[in-house]
Design a protein around this ligand. Structure first.
Ligand SMILES: Cc1cc2nc3c(=O)[nH]c(=O)nc-3n(C[C@H](O)[C@H](O)[C@H](O)COP(=O)(O)OP(=O)(O)OC[C@H]3O[C@@H](n4cnc5c(N)ncnc54)[C@H](O)[C@@H]3O)c2cc1C
Length: 484
């Protein structure tokens, strides 16, 4: 990068917060988690304030240098450049919890506030409430990154994707304007309401993958922590037997979190990820679903559990007790599930050098058996152990189905195989009516965008209006792949 630009950036954020040194820039490359494509930035810039973010964007816009916002980088390749010569805006120094309002029940965070920090802060200062942190992600994942990226948090079955909990944003546009969306657009109003009196402009920036501006403040809902909690689980001999009974339970709208998967997921978490895949151990069901429950009193919790078991008994009459049954969890299992943030994903890092890709899709819950089976078939075709996770969002209006691929990040052949699987699965799942959860740049976004009815054209018009020089994270969401 041009020395004059390096100097101008150092003048904005201080020389100690700018680096073009290869050991630093290369350290940001993460070919996995949500995106296997990842380039090292030309330079890393670490602002501390909104004013510094604004000054960096004004300079980048004038010089036509692409900028990638990076809150915690835990989405992997998605928070790194698609091409050479870009600025990575590392926002981790902006890590203040600005306000917690226990009456209107929101928390205002800067980009660098991590899940662990938010959790600890609430436990210490507001023990009755919790922030919606991603259920399985490492503690360094950020509240802002996860809400921007429509994450799955530990109350998502009850309250929907994390982005549904956003009540307002402060955004620096690539052209330097600082805008606020939601009720906080009025300086006299608190951050208590997602809407202004006009259309919802908060939603424009959610799911945008950093392509429209840099979010510098976000208000998110906080949730009461139930006093009494428990987990019950259904096991089944096939995906087909699991889906309908779970849907009946989910429709009662009292489950906090429902998630499960197939027996390959359970053995993979017990440190067995092999090809050919391991046989199902006799103590595991073929597929299962946990229901995390909470209530204010033990009686209320018991009543909820009774209704779940009544549903189970009804289906056992139709399907047979071998096909759908209670999977009795031991105290250790229940404790592991109820500990938040949990450590459920830790074992993934121990396989094959730690390469990990979540290929995640939103599907109508009722269709999740079909998607689960198709995912297993395709993974086996490419000789990956068919590890599949399934969760319910918004009381089962949606299912989140996630084939998990572990691979050797040192092998280009493995990357090619992962991409070939992802491409074939994308064609199939689009045909079956699914929607990619966090679209990657080369497969999901182009394949999906070209099928939309007017959506992509409208998004392109928005992009041109907000980011006329195309400096914000070019290439994401199939936007401006041809350059600025
Ligand atoms: C083992 C493991 C388990 C996981 N489990 C879960 C889970 O249970 N639930 C879940 O939801 N996720 C999970 N994740 C995914 C991920 O860790 C989280 O979703 C995480 O919160 C997103 O990463 P981040 O906060 O570091 O954001 P980043 O990776 O920094 O950013 C995410 C996206 O938003 C953009 N962006 C970031 N900051 C800004 C900003 N300030 N302004 C504009 N754009 C911005 C980035 O460019 C990127 O496109 C898991 C990941 C791992 C590795």
């Amino acid at each position: 990068m041009d020395n004059a630009i390096v100097k101008a950036l150092a003048d904005i954020v201080g020389a100690e917060n700018v680096s073009a040194a290869k050991p630093i820039t290369e350290a940001y490359v993460t070919r996995g988690i949500m995106e296997v494509k990842s380039n090292a930035p030309a330079i890393v810039v670490r602002p501390k304030s909104v004013e510094e973010v604004r000054a960096v964007l004004l300079l980048a816009n004038e010089k036509r240098i692409p900028v990638v916002p990076h809150s915690g980088g835990l989405s992997g390749g998605e928070a790194t450049p698609m091409r050479d010569g870009e600025i990575l805006l590392d926002l981790r120094r902006m890590n203040q919890i600005i306000e917690v309002n226990p009456d209107a029940r929101y928390m205002i965070v800067e980009p660098g506030v991590t899940s662990a920090q938010a959790w600890r802060y609430m436990q210490t200062n507001y023990p009755k409430y919790r922030a919606g942190v991603p259920d399985g992600a490492p503690p360094s994942a950020t509240v802002m990154g996860d809400h921007l990226d429509r994450g799955f948090h530990f109350f998502s079955t009850r309250y929907g994707p994390a982005a549904d909990a956003v009540l307002g944003l402060e955004v620096v546009l690539p052209t330097g304007e600082v805008v606020r969306t939601g009720s906080c657009a009025l300086p006299t109003a608190k951050w208590f309401y997602k809407w202004m009196f006009g259309p919802d402009l908060t939603g424009v920036f959610l799911g945008a993958q950093g392509t429209l501006g840099v979010v510098t403040k976000m208000a998110v809902k906080i949730y009461p922590m139930p006093k009494f909690r428990d987990v019950v689980a259904f096991g089944a001999s096939d995906w087909e037997y699991l889906v309908e009974p779970c849907l009946d339970v989910l429709k009662m709208e009292f489950v906090d979190l429902a998630q499960g998967g197939n027996h390959y997921l359970a053995t993979c978490r017990r440190a067995r990820y092999t090809w050919p895949p391991p046989q199902k151990p006799p103590f595991l069901p073929t597929v299962w679903m946990n229901f995390e429950l909470g209530a204010e009193t033990q009686e209320e919790l018991n009543a909820i559990k009774n209704r779940i078991f009544q549903t189970l008994q009804k289906y056992q009459k139709d399907y047979g007790e071998k096909n759908i049954f209670e999977w009795k969890l031991d105290a250790r299992n229940i404790g592991a599930r109820l500990t938040k943030p949990n450590r459920i994903s830790v074992p993934y890092a121990g396989h094959k050098g730690g390469g990990l890709l979540f290929i995640t899709w939103y599907v109508p819950w009722k269709d999740s058996a079909k998607f689960g089976k198709e995912a297993e078939k395709l993974m086996e075709k490419y000789k990956f152990s068919p590890v599949v996770w399934l969760a319910a969002v918004d009381h089962g209006r949606q299912g989140l189905i996630m084939p998990i691929v572990l691979f050797d990040p040192k092998s280009n052949d493995e990357f090619d195989k992962v991409n070939a699987l992802d491409a074939e699965m994308t064609d199939k799942f689009l045909e079956m009516g699914g929607i990619p959860y966090r679209p990657n740049a080369d497969i999901h976004a182009p394949k999906t965008m070209k099928q939309t009815v007017g959506y992509f054209e409208l998004l392109q018009r928005l992009k041109k209006t907000l980011d006329p020089n195309g400096i914000m994270h070019p290439g994401r969401l199939a936007l401006l792949t041809e350059g600025c």
